[in-house]
Design a protein around this ligand. Structure first.
Ligand SMILES: *Cc1c(COP(=O)(O)O)cnc(C)c1O
Length: 391
């Protein structure tokens, strides 16, 4: 690397820093959980995707430990060469059962799952119609395909309909949306989306990463919430959030879609299998999710979210409306949002401030994320810290 390239990279790093966009990693000295240790401090953790509190659940950890002896450490192979153990197939079957779909296929991550779908299903005769706030992995996945790209305003059904009308000549049309939008905690209106899809003969894809495990009566996600499971053709999601939180993703849905992804999906064909220990732990997590304990955890999560939303509103904070455990506390100006996050951390409450460009200018926020691992006392501590930051 020559000196001028090094100088350019340094200049880019300086720009990031000067713009106040530098991301700092705060290492944990503990497992992920409702309580964590970081920089020698005990914190109540309100900034993880550990929605059901399964990331350090004893049964999940025990299954993972046992798996090392039973199944070894690594696969050293992709799935179709020698990287499929029977437990990979068991996990795929368990996901299909849980989600109420026809078939499922694992990927190294949901990022990879979204990277596989568009290129495999669509070419230059086709069109994809994507919500403007969709996750980065959907945006990147769309870029890999040759399909015509259309974006509609966030959850705006009139705009979606215009895009459907504008793409009437396409061979295939795929509407794609996050089930829950991660910065706002807003749920996509799947009932209206599938109705439009039916009227215009389009396919529907939902990325349910921020819903799988806890949204819907059984936790099967936003399709279950809206009663449209059979109308969602492609459902992607992650094992890295509520479902144990380790890693791995999936595509679930219509059988031919799943089969074609096994044959043609590049991240499936050319990247290593999900590690045995993660498969075993995720199977144990899914068992909890589908048990009465799972119902209890979803109830606890909903109660915690409701209690915190009510308390923060009572303190005079402006929240984005909803019931999701993502609770955005709006602090319009970036410096105030950042200093509130710092003040809360000093009081033992870990939260993250999101500022431009992750959210629009003037729409900075503290994103509080609730977990079923939180107790009533933890919620009270969080409210106390917010109250303390007001004075
Ligand atoms: C977290 C997330 C992903 C990425 O999941 P990984 O399994 O960590 O790659 C993809 N899509 C959405 C909507 C997410 O929230």
């Amino acid at each position: 690397m020559n000196d001028s390239t090094l100088d350019e990279l340094d200049a880019t790093l300086d720009e990031i820093c000067d713009a106040g966009l530098w991301k700092v990693e705060n290492p944990l000295d503990s497992p992920q959980g409702g309580h964590i240790v970081s920089h020698g401090e005990q914190l109540v953790n309100f900034c993880s995707n550990n929605y059901l509190g399964l990331a350090d659940h004893s049964a999940v950890v025990a299954a993972a430990k046992h798996s090392l002896d039973r199944w070894g450490f690594g696969m050293a192979s992709v799935r179709f060469i020698s990287g499929t153990q029977s437990q990979h197939l068991d996990l795929e079957a368990a996901l299909t059962d849980f989600l109420g779909t026809e078939a499922s296929v694992l990927f190294p991550s949901c990022f990879d799952a979204n990277g596989a779908v568009f290129e495999t299903l669509l070419d230059d005769r086709d069109a994809v119609i994507s919500d403007e706030l969709n996750h980065a992995s959907i945006i990147d996945g769309i870029r890999l395909s040759k399909a015509a790209r259309h974006r509609y305003h966030n959850r705006d059904m009139a705009d979606l309909e215009l895009k459907l009308q504008a793409t009437a000549g396409a061979r295939r049309r795929l509407i794609v949306t996050d089930g829950v939008f991660s910065m706002d905690g807003y749920v996509a209106p799947l009932d209206e989306i599938v109705a439009l899809a039916r009227r215009y003969d389009a396919m529907v894809m939902v990325d349910d990463s921020h819903a799988a495990g806890f949204v819907g009566r059984r936790g099967a996600g936003t399709p279950e919430l809206f009663g449209v499971t059979d109308d969602v053709d492609i459902l992607t999601g992650t094992l890295g959030k509520a479902l144990g939180g380790a890693s791995g993703g999936y595509v679930s849905g219509r059988s031919p879609v799943v089969e074609l992804l096994r044959q043609r999906g590049r991240p499936y064909l050319f990247s290593n299998s999900v590690p045995p220990v993660v498969v075993a732990g995720s199977l144990a997590a899914l068992e909890i999710v589908t048990s009465p304990d799972g119902d209890a955890r979803r109830a606890q999560l909903a109660a915690n979210a409701a209690r915190l939303r009510e308390g923060l509103t009572g303190l005079g904070f402006e929240l984005l409306p909803g019931a999701h455990p993502i609770i955005p506390v709006m602090i319009p100006e970036a410096p105030e949002a950042a200093s509130l996050a710092t003040a809360l951390r000093r009081q033992g409450v870990a939260v993250t401030a999101f500022v431009y460009p992750v959210v629009p200018l003037g729409r900075s926020r503290i994103r509080v994320q609730v977990s079923a691992a939180h107790t009533e006392e933890d919620i009270a501590i969080c409210l106390g810290a917010f109250a303390g930051a007001l004075v």
